[in-house]
Design a protein around this ligand. Structure first.
Ligand SMILES: Cc1cc2nc3c(=O)[nH]c(=O)nc-3n(C[C@H](O)[C@H](O)[C@H](O)COP(=O)(O)O)c2cc1C
Length: 483
């Protein structure tokens, strides 16, 4: 059967990984041999309904250099999955994938993932979800499952998915045991191999890739159309390249990843703020995991010898100490340290960017919305004050204004009754109107004028007549006087 999306055998895919399938990492693995990437699992309901969620997942749309990309969904409602799939298609995804393999607690309570597939009574619903998407959208529908308790059950589920229109099936070679035992133990690759022989749709085998040479071994064993890898790809993003020849060391890869992060930050600013943690976690996997996991692989071992291992630990320790708050800051620090301990790796960094502009002392409206709001409020207060002066000047009939500041009332040892106008508490006060007193929360025109007149506050829909009542002799103040 022909592979979807024009893929060629063997497909080597990056598995969906929550918080680890970020765009910079996808770029990195693609640059080193990966031919198909998945997003992390996204909740179909939120993707269908929440613009911000979609933006966080796919930015303004799938980037030109980020294809083919499969958007993975967790779902248990055909209509919602279809809505999410339509959005994914609209945003440029190449395919959608239905997650039927997640064993986590949230999947158990939310009734999706492996827990949905574990109950055979849910199979018609699963079939309906695949079928409606297959019929209604133009991009293909993939599924990812775990092995079922028996080989017969796995085959029955796979055949149902195939009938419903699934275009590619990824099979994680472990069974659903408990919420905790997600990836423990070896994957049952022979079971995947037997399944492969009995179904027509393309299959990706997932599991048991612990070093580069496992790629060819597992492909030969399962005779699948390709492999999907998760954990080992986090440790060695050039795993697929290493399987067929030489590839950069993990230090070089870490430097390259930093470059992709910087590019992503420039392209899509929202990415930066939330993803320093993602960047740290990838570096940790590469610098720690790659070293440890390579021990049984002589080829990789040569690249990651004792010296490199020591350097990697050093970088990592240093990294942990740093409390960088932005991707740019983190990468700049890492680049600096890397250059001093491993010059050959630091060559992988992109040319240092121009030094960041010094932090603005004068706030700009875009950069500091809070300050901008403060400015606007002050300007509004000034306009209010000007209007009061003008009013007093135009209608110079005498009145007896009193201080409306609750502060002033306190200075004079009097407490205002809750809800009563300030003037009532401090009738003898002549210090003026305190527009900026934070405790005088109600600065609406009606309440200010009421305070001046010593009446109770009207409701906000007070008529124009109220404002035409004469007011003079007020001392107007714009600074809080705190006694
Ligand atoms: C950090 C992490 C996050 C994962 N998140 C997802 C996910 O969002 N969706 C999914 O179907 N599988 C997820 N998985 C499972 C992997 O896709 C994969 O099936 C599993 O790790 C077995 O592959 P491996 O032996 O190559 O690690 C995740 C695995 C890891 C390590």
């Amino acid at each position: 059967m022909e592979l979807p999306l024009g893929l060629r055998r063997p497909v080597v895919a990056m598995a969906p990984m929550v918080t680890q399938s970020d765009r910079p990492f996808r770029r990195l693995v693609r640059a080193h041999g990966c031919t198909l990437c998945y997003t992390e699992m996204l909740l179909a309901e939120r993707f269908a309904r929440c613009e911000e969620y979609r933006r966080n997942a796919l930015g303004d749309g799938v980037a030109e250099d980020d294809h083919p990309l499969v958007v993975q969904f967790a779902a248990n409602d055909p209509a919602l999955l279809l809505e999410a799939a339509r959005w994914a298609q609209h945003l440029g995804a190449d395919a959608i994938d239905l997650n039927l393999g997640c064993p986590q607690w949230k999947a158990k309570t939310g009734n999706y993932g492996a827990w949905l597939a574990a109950d055979e009574t849910n199979w018609p619903l699963i079939e309906a979800m695949v079928e409606i998407c297959h019929r209604s959208i133009e991009i293909p529908v993939f599924c990812k499952i775990r092995l079922q308790p028996t080989e017969g059950a796995t085959l029955a589920l796979a055949l149902r998915l195939q009938r419903a229109g699934c275009a590619l099936l990824a099979v994680h070679g472990r069974r659903l045991e408990s919420v905790k035992a997600r990836r423990s133990g070896a994957a049952d690759l022979p079971a995947i191999s037997r399944l492969r022989k009995q179904i027509a749709m393309p299959v990706l085998a997932n599991g048991n890739v612990r070093r580069a040479r496992d790629i060819l071994t597992n492909l030969n064993l399962t005779k699948c159309d390709g492999l999907m890898v998760a954990e080992q790809l986090l440790r060695d993003p050039a795993l697929f390249q290493r399987a067929i020849g030489s590839a950069p060391s993990v230090l070089e890869l870490a430097a390259e990843y930093c470059g992709h992060c910087l590019a992503e930050t420039q392209r899509f600013t929202a990415w930066e703020a939330e993803n320093v943690d993602v960047l740290r976690s990838h570096l940790r996997s590469m610098l720690c995991g790659g070293v440890g996991a390579s021990e049984a692989d002589p080829g990789t071992e040569r690249l990651l010898g004792e010296a490199t291992r020591a350097r990697a630990r050093y970088v990592l320790d240093w990294w942990r100490i740093q409390q960088a708050t932005s991707v740019e800051e983190a990468v700049a620090l890492y680049r600096e340290r890397c250059a001093s301990i491993c010059p050959e790796a630091s060559a992988g960094f992109p040319a240092p960017a121009a030094p960041p502009a010094p932090r603005q002392t004068a706030p700009s409206f875009e950069a500091t919305p809070r300050l901008a709001r403060g400015w606007l409020l002050s300007a509004a207060a000034a306009v209010k004050a000007l209007a009061v002066s003008l009013y007093a000047w135009l209608w110079p009939t005498p009145c007896q204004p009193s201080c409306v500041s609750s502060n002033s009332a306190r200075v004079r040892g009097k407490r205002r009754e809750k809800g009563a106008p300030a003037a009532a508490a401090a009738p003898e006060c002549t210090r003026g109107i305190d527009f900026n007193n934070n405790r005088n929360k109600d600065h609406t025109w009606p309440s200010i004028l009421c305070s001046l007149r010593g009446t109770t506050a009207p409701n906000r829909n007070v008529g124009w007549e109220f404002f035409r009542r004469p007011l003079v002799g007020c001392t107007l103040r714009h600074k809080s006087h705190r006694g």
